[in-house]
Design a protein around this ligand. Structure first.
Ligand code: F6P
Length: 540
């Protein structure tokens, strides 16, 4: 029986989304209260075997804006570096394990001279495992697509930080043009077999549909590394329909959390003539079905990354302490890209409040901020750096003494081993974004604590907070509560530190990046099987 449209509206727009939300709450409760023993470990080898079994050595093509290895040249000296990117940290081990192809923007000034005529080279540099194909962009394309539409439109649109997005027609045109360029580069690599393509992030919302037009047989997934906002927020984007249609070219969309997937489904439900199957978390549209599911991203175990021995670490720690003129102070460390979503000014305000309230900590604790400059051609990112420097200076001037300053700002792109060294030394780690899809630094810290001692202060507005209920959860806007958490972290008894860390460590060990990858690959395999079935009925 066909329901009258009012009932249909109530069912489709209120009851079913509500059911999905309740399910998401239930999943969160289960996730955070059940014990998490390490019983089913995913490793690089297991992932490799899994990929071989499911794809019979068909090549996985991964696409992202950021490349995993960048070649730069300064005063004639060439160097290769890995960017400060959670996405790169997570995907590199997967490509290593599956020997696939990674397509990305070649952004380094020595990238062309280190690639062949097709923009290809084997990476990692020290141990060739997979192919990187670099796509070249003009300055104008990079300005409009990356600095403009990706990072001045979609980034502020999806992060709740009260920074408004800009909607410029010329950026939108460049974004379309670059998505098209990537689509052509990918299709050229697809070969005869049904290609398997895993698109990364908000830089490429149009790519799934563009690839699908040329290769209807492709299996396409898109993983969204940032939050998906509520429909009330997303609807202000003038090109919302085109973006959603572009994404629906994929067989499945991955988000960190069920709640982001729900926001996405609610958004398409209200904006496009599609039908939502809330039970399957799926959008049924005229070209088929697109699933929207949670896949919380994670990290590669530190033990696989050539970390120094305990003795070496002790030596390094002594060297750092000497170089940075640290005494015996307790260390509180933060590691971030210098981005306004990371809440660094709010963190400095909380440090100020903490030292005002607890002056006996003067000279006894040092706050070290590792900050990697990011997106520096965007004025608000440049302004943020100046704001952070000014606030650091103010806090240091206000609370500092002749031979001690509370905050040490180390503004540079630190390599992973330096980050590990600092996380290893940190008595406390602060991860306090205003909003963050996941945040892998929190997972990196927990995993780096070999002794099981240390405390994590974590913003409740990060995806990782769902998994880390044992952290000291804070509201980064509440400097009073934040300051209290700093005190609590510094005064936490060792047994409590161990109890909390042990649970979080066990969780990260089990839910590592290989499990994340396996879940995604499994979804690709399922989509590949479903592809021959008749497309689901389209809609109202
Ligand atoms: O995690 C979100 C993200 O935008 C990734 O896509 C990206 O690699 C990272 O942040 C760093 O940003 P960018 O690549 O713009 O330097």
């Amino acid at each position: 029986m066909k329901l009258p449209s009012r009932f249909q509206y109530v069912t489709e727009s209120i009851l079913k989304p509500l059911t999905a939300r309740l399910r998401s709450v239930k999943e969160t409760i289960t996730e955070t209260t059940e014990p998490r023993p390490v019983h089913d470990l995913w490793t690089a080898e297991r992932l490799k075997a899994f990929a071989a079994a499911h794809f019979q050595n068909r090549r996985l093509i991964v696409v992202s804006n950021r490349e995993p290895y960048t070649h730069t040249k300064e005063r004639g000296a060439r160097r290769v570096s890995t960017p400060p990117s959670g996405l790169v940290t997570a995907l590199d081990p997967i490509l290593r394990a599956t020997s696939g192809l990674w397509v990305a923007h070649g952004s380094g000034n020595a990238d062309r001279e280190t690639a062949d005529a097709e923009g290809k080279l084997m990476v990692p540099p020290e141990h060739h495992c997979y192919t990187l194909k670099r796509v070249w962009l003009t300055k104008e394309e990079e300005a409009g697509y990356y600095y403009g539409f990706s990072n001045e439109t979609l980034w502020p649109l999806c992060h709740l930080t009260h920074n408004r997005p800009f909607f410029l027609e010329r950026d939108w045109l460049a974004y379309q043009q670059v998505n098209r360029k990537f689509a052509d580069a990918i299709v050229a690599e697809c070969g005869e077999d049904r290609p398997l393509v895993l698109v990364q992030d908000y830089h490429f919302t149009l790519l799934p549909q563009m690839i699908r037009e040329q290769r209807p047989d492709a299996v396409i997934g898109l993983f969204w590394h940032i939050p998906w906002p509520t429909v009330e927020i997303f609807q202000i984007c003038p090109w919302k329909e085109a973006i959603l249609l572009g994404m629906l070219g994929a067989d499945f969309l991955g988000f960190h959390l069920q709640s982001y997937a729900n926001n996405f489904l609610t958004t398409v439900n209200q904006m496009l003539p599609v039908r939502i199957d809330w039970d399957r978390s799926a959008t049924l549209h005229e070209h088929g079905t697109t699933l929207a599911k949670p896949f919380p991203i994670s990290i590669q175990p530190w033990s696989e990354r050539g970390v120094p021995s305990e003795t070496e670490l002790q030596e390094r720690a002594l060297a750092y302490r000497k170089e940075l003129e640290l005494g015996e102070e307790r260390l509180v460390v933060s590691v971030d890209r210098l981005d306004y979503t990371k809440g660094i000014p709010e963190r400095l305000q909380a440090i100020d409040r903490f030292l005002e309230k607890y002056p006996h900590y003067v000279g006894k604790v040092r706050f070290i901020q590792l900050g990697a400059p990011s997106r520096i051609h965007i004025p608000r990112y440049r302004d943020l750096v100046m704001q952070i420097e000014r606030l650091t200076d103010e806090v240091n001037w206000k609370h500092g003494t002749a031979d001690w300053k509370p905050v040490l700002l180390l503004k540079a792109q630190h390599d992973p081993m330096a980050v590990y060294g600092f996380l290893h030394m940190a008595d406390v780690c602060i991860v306090s974004p205003l909003h963050d899809g996941m945040n892998l630094v929190a997972k990196e810290y927990v995993a780096a604590r070999e002794s099981n001692e240390g405390a994590l202060i974590l913003s409740a507005f990060t995806g990782v907070a769902r998994e880390f209920q044992e952290a000291l959860l804070i509201n980064p806007y509440d400097s009073q509560g934040f300051a209290e958490a700093i005190r609590q972290a510094l005064e936490m008894p060792p047994e409590e530190q161990q109890r909390r860390l042990a649970r979080m460590k066990a969780h990260v060990a089990e839910y590592n990046v290989y499990r994340w990858a396996a879940d995604l690959l499994n979804e690709i395999a399922r989509a590949a099987e479903a592809i021959h079935q008749a497309p689901a009925a389209a809609t109202s």
